[in-house]
Design a binder for this molecule. Structure first.
Ligand SMILES: *[C@@H]1O[C@H](CO)[C@@H](O)[C@H](O)[C@H]1NC(C)=O
Ligand SMILES: *[C@@H]1O[C@H](CO)[C@@H](O)[C@H](O)[C@H]1NC(C)=O
Ligand SMILES: *[C@@H]1O[C@H](CO)[C@@H](O)[C@H](O)[C@H]1NC(C)=O
Ligand SMILES: *[C@@H]1O[C@H](CO)[C@@H](O)[C@H](O)[C@H]1NC(C)=O
Ligand SMILES: *[C@@H]1O[C@H](CO)[C@@H](O)[C@H](O)[C@H]1NC(C)=O
Ligand SMILES: *[C@@H]1O[C@H](CO)[C@@H](O)[C@H](O)[C@H]1NC(C)=O
Ligand SMILES: *[C@@H]1O[C@H](CO)[C@@H](O)[C@H](O)[C@H]1NC(C)=O
Ligand SMILES: *[C@@H]1O[C@H](CO)[C@@H](O)[C@H](O)[C@H]1NC(C)=O
Ligand SMILES: *[C@@H]1O[C@H](CO)[C@@H](O)[C@H](O)[C@H]1NC(C)=O
Ligand SMILES: *[C@@H]1O[C@H](CO)[C@@H](O)[C@H](O)[C@H]1NC(C)=O
Ligand SMILES: *[C@@H]1O[C@H](CO)[C@@H](O)[C@H](O)[C@H]1NC(C)=O
Ligand SMILES: *[C@@H]1O[C@H](CO)[C@@H](O)[C@H](O)[C@H]1NC(C)=O
Length: 794
């Protein structure tokens, strides 16, 4: 359809512009719309209602945005009448009967859906400018409206109520009801639910949080949520969000997406692509049910999430991960002597949420193994340190699997002994979410030469070697050699990433000026700019970094913003927003109560326990950067000034992604070793012009740990000691450390409780020395460091 001529030719004079542009049409009693020939249009032509194709000769009656035209099949559908029963392409119709009932018929007058309304006056069907399809009585009374029965999309002013919910589609091409829904629960709280064929569970807000912990109120039972065209979504349970582009009057929708994420989308004009302006779940692997049973999800920012079967298991459906994996020809059923038949495969950092038999506190690994061997239904167990002891969690089912370096527990998978050498079977990014494909389309708008998208793919394909730095060089080079075209492309890219993040918003300069009371209180100053303390309009205390504007183009700023926004970890500094306005470039971060590690180190307030925790937390943050992102993000400037401490002295790594963009003035050629890092913390690779890998961060981390141990900034030590090379360097370093550790400790030992923590101290020294090995292959990975620190094992 689409290009099909309109029945209503009353307004033919208007057709000079375009065949659909200025037509509106009401359906009166006794008339019908059919698949072949008609659709309704809202008076402003933004929405259409009618039949649209959902498959071979299959149609649904629904409402969609008129642009792009239906013939492209890329329409944005906002409502469907009985999505689960598409009708035949011929002789199906929707009729407004004389008794006031609106009925959708399939071929042979088979009723697929009806409005169940009655009216003896003359009613008519009308599509309003809001996208609401209404059945109006003669007196203007609304007998029925599509807003009262949403499908998977909310429009501005359309309320989600106690009686309605958004249900995702089954897939991108199948509009049938899927497994994910957004609804008001019995406790008046908005939630996201996975309701799969075998199990169901709530995954948002985080299921282990009580409502009030998630910032929700359970008291108001009016159960109503709406949003406006400026991007303010608010609900009676106190859940309020502003989209990143809040304030602009745009076309907007909130949609329960097929991948289980709730997203806000916006676009400027009718034909533009939609961009994500908010999403509920930052870490898409946390969405339940995506990879099915016996598998786990890993997340790669450049390509989305990926499912993999656990070792020994294989995929059930070759095309649909929601079916998960099943045992590849073995069974775990009861055996008389399980010790002889089964063993365990150790899988670090894999979380399997839920489905525990029970928790067994104070269980050693061997006790836990024995327990699981003898529990016939035990498929695996978690062995996890918490509350000062190891705890054992035998699992009845393996679901909601998620591999993340941030998870401290280890999974031990029970398998027949013959299969203990099995490895995970990876999927080829089949779960990669819709967002990625949308971004692809956006990039193509720009100059295809020098596409960043290509760089990204290239990067992840190579496993992330040298990528960031090359990326940056490329970035500068291209920026210098080309003009505005590149800028707008970068901006598109940046926005693309930005969209993927949530909690973000764009601030105006005057807002931030007000928040900082005219940039009054300076709390830090670095190469890239000055940091001020500010209080946002919602009372949150923020650190607002004003970048040196002269160096910072809009696209660069957005690129930086996007990089940070994409990454979320408790040991990485969180970004709340940004401002790009004329010459002004500002970034809004969470405020860190205790400033930088550098400052607190010099003031000697940190005892050994805290120092250990800081070393561990920093390692976790870096491990996340390196591994979750497949080495895509190297920090390249790890130093105490970039490790910030919150009110509990939890460390958060700051400034990743930023420094490389700021130091561009120093960049003279593609010799990037001159632009990265800080003297004293830089790995020998920089000096020797060797490939830059994540091990440069490991090296810098090692130096930071040494600094925490000795209280001395290694840059103050003999220059050769850090930047020489070879065995002598290491010897001198060890000597230097030992000197300070044994005798003249710069800090009074007793005061800092060093005596009690001797074991931990030794581990820190050992870790630090391994990290600063000259040979980068001899250095441990960041996640290995986390393991060593967690388990005190070396
Ligand atoms: C269609 O219905 C709307 C709302 O009831 C009314 O304002 C408009 O005049 C009608 N248009 C036509 C062409 O009947
Ligand atoms: C529709 O979208 C797909 C990708 O989803 C794209 O490949 C195709 O070109 C689009 N078609 C039109 C006509 O825009
Ligand atoms: C329909 O007609 C009946 C009686 O003929 C009347 O009682 C009723 O109020 C009418 N309903 C409407 C919606 O006009
Ligand atoms: C769409 O999904 C439903 C529910 O899973 C299924 O019954 C139906 O066959 C699917 N339709 C198509 C065209 O694949
Ligand atoms: C957002 O909407 C809610 C409810 O409509 C309103 O109370 C609130 O003031 C709005 N916030 C902003 C910033 O407009
Ligand atoms: C409950 O929420 C609704 C909608 O947000 C609001 O209008 C109403 O005032 C609230 N009631 C109470 C008692 O807070
Ligand atoms: C844990 O178990 C060991 C030996 O089984 C016991 O000595 C220790 O006191 C237990 N610890 C706690 C906290 O219960
Ligand atoms: C083990 O699983 C089987 C089937 O999955 C079930 O019938 C049985 O009750 C389970 N046993 C225990 C102890 O949970
Ligand atoms: C598993 O691998 C190890 C070494 O890689 C080998 O010695 C052992 O025989 C293998 N076991 C099985 C059951 O294949
Ligand atoms: C891309 O580069 C090729 C060769 O380097 C050139 O022929 C082509 O015109 C370029 N395309 C655009 C859109 O600049
Ligand atoms: C850590 O350093 C910050 C910044 O200098 C300072 O405000 C804070 O008080 C220090 N912490 C302690 C416990 O002294
Ligand atoms: C990069 O810089 C180093 C020292 O700063 C120099 O030795 C080396 O030759 C330079 N490499 C290139 C490719 O310019």
């Amino acid at each position: 359809m689409g290009t099909v001529p309109f029945l209503c030719l009353v307004l033919v004079s208007a057709l000079t512009f375009s065949f659909t542009s200025s037509t509106s049409l009401n359906l009166s009693m006794g008339s019908s719309l059919s698949v072949e020939n008609t659709e309704l249009m809202s008076p402003d032509a933004v929405f259409s209602a009618g039949f649209f194709p959902v498959g071979e000769n299959a149609f649904c009656f629904g409402i969609w945005f008129s642009e792009p035209p239906t013939s492209t099949r890329n329409i944005t559908v906002v409502w469907i009448a009985n999505r689960d029963m598409p009708v035949n392409g011929q002789r199906s119709k929707i009729t407004l009967h004389k008794d006031g009932n609106l009925v959708l018929y399939d071929i042979d007058r088979y009723t697929v859906w009806s409005s169940n309304t009655v009216s003896n006056s003359s009613a008519h069907l009308h599509l309003r400018d809001t996208g609401n399809l209404v059945l109006l009585a003669a007196d203007g009374l609304v007998l029925w409206e599509s807003f009262a029965s949403p499908t998977d999309t909310l429009l501005p002013q359309q309320a989600l109520t106690r009686n309605t919910k958004l249900v995702s589609s089954r897939s991108l091409t199948n509009y049938s009801s899927g497994f994910y829904s957004f609804y008001f629960d019995n406790d008046n709280t908005l939630r996201l639910l996975y309701d799969g064929p075998e199990v169901s569970s709530i995954y948002w807000p985080d299921p282990w949080l009580l409502s009030w912990q998630a910032g929700r109120s359970t008291y108001n039972n009016s159960r109503i949520a709406t949003f406006d065209s400026l991007g303010n979504f608010s609900s009676s349970d106190n859940f309020i969000v502003w989209t990143i582009d809040y304030g602009a009057k745009l076309q907007r929708i909130f949609k329960m997406d097929v991948d289980g994420n709730l997203r806000g989308y916006s676009r400027k004009g009718q034909g533009d692509a939609w961009s994500v302006s908010w999403e509920a779940i930052l870490q898409p692997c946390k969405i339940h049910g995506i990879c099915g049973a016996n598998s786990y999800c890993s997340y790669i920012p450049s390509s989305g999430r990926k499912c993999s079967c656990l070792p020994g298991y294989e995929m059930i459906s070759k095309t649909d991960w929601s079916y998960g994996c099943h045992p590849a020809g073995f069974d775990l059923s009861c055996k008389s002597s399980p010790e002889e038949v089964f063993g365990f495969v150790h899988l670090p950092h894999i979380e399997m949420f839920g489905y525990d038999y029970a928790v067994y506190p104070n269980f050693t690994l061997d006790q836990c193994k024995s327990l699981c061997l003898h529990l016939c239904n035990c498929t695996a167990f978690h062995h996890k340190f918490g509350n000062g002891q190891y705890q054992c969690y035998p699992k009845a089912q393996l679901r909601n699997g998620y591999r993340t370096p941030g998870f401290d527990g280890d999974l031990y998978l029970k398998l027949p002994k013959a299969l203990l050498n099995a490895t995970s079977k990876d999927g080829n990014n089949m779960c990669s979410n819709k967002l990625t494909s949308q971004l692809d389309r956006r990039y193509n708008k720009g100059n295809p030469n020098g596409s960043i998208e290509f760089m990204l793919k290239f990067a992840s394909g190579l496993g992330g070697l040298e990528v960031v730095c090359i990326f940056i060089v490329w970035f500068f080079v291209t920026r210098r050699t080309s003009g505005g075209q590149q800028d707008s492309e970068l901006e598109l890219l940046a926005q693309g990433y930005l969209q993927a993040a949530t909690g973000f918003r764009r601030f105006t300069y005057s807002e931030l000026k007000k928040a900082t009371e005219g940039f009054k209180e300076e709390i830090g100053r670095g190469g890239g700019g000055t940091v001020y303390k500010g209080i946002l309009s919602d009372q949150r205390v923020a650190a607002i970094k004003q970048l040196n504007a002269a160096n910072q183009g809009e696209a660069e700023c957005l690129a930086e913003v996007s990089l940070i926004g994409k990454l979320y970890h408790m040991n990485l500094i969180e970004m709340w927003g940004y401002c790009v306005e004329d010459k002004h470039r500002l970034l809004v971060y969470e405020y860190m109560e205790h400033g930088s590690l550098a400052k607190n180190l010099s003031s000697n307030v940190l005892d050994w326990k805290k120092r250990y925790e800081i070393a561990l937390g920093t390692a976790k943050g870096l491990a996340y950067l390196h591994e979750e992102c497949l080495e895509w993000v190297l920090h390249c400037d790890v130093k105490p000034q970039n490790i910030l401490l919150d009110s509990d002295y939890n460390p958060k790594v700051a400034d990743f992604g930023l420094s490389k963009l700021l130091n561009r003035g120093e960049l003279s050629s593609s010799n990037f070793s001159t632009i990265r890092g800080t003297r004293g913390y830089m790995a020998p690779e920089w000096v020797h012009n060797m490939p830059i890998t994540s091990k440069v961060d490991v090296y810098s981390y090692g130096i930071v740990v040494l600094e925490m141990l000795t209280g001395t900034n290694p840059t103050e030590c003999n220059v050769q000691c850090v930047e020489g090379g070879g065995e002598t360097q290491k010897k001198m370093m060890i000597e230097w450390v030992m000197e300070r550790m044994n005798g003249e400790f710069p800090n009074a030992e007793n005061k800092m409780g060093a005596e009690n923590e001797k074991g931990k101290l030794e581990i820190l020294v050992e870790v630090a020395l391994q990290c600063i090995e000259d040979d980068r292959d001899a250095r441990p990975s960041m996640s290995r460091v986390v393991e060593m620190l967690l388990h005190h094992e070396l």
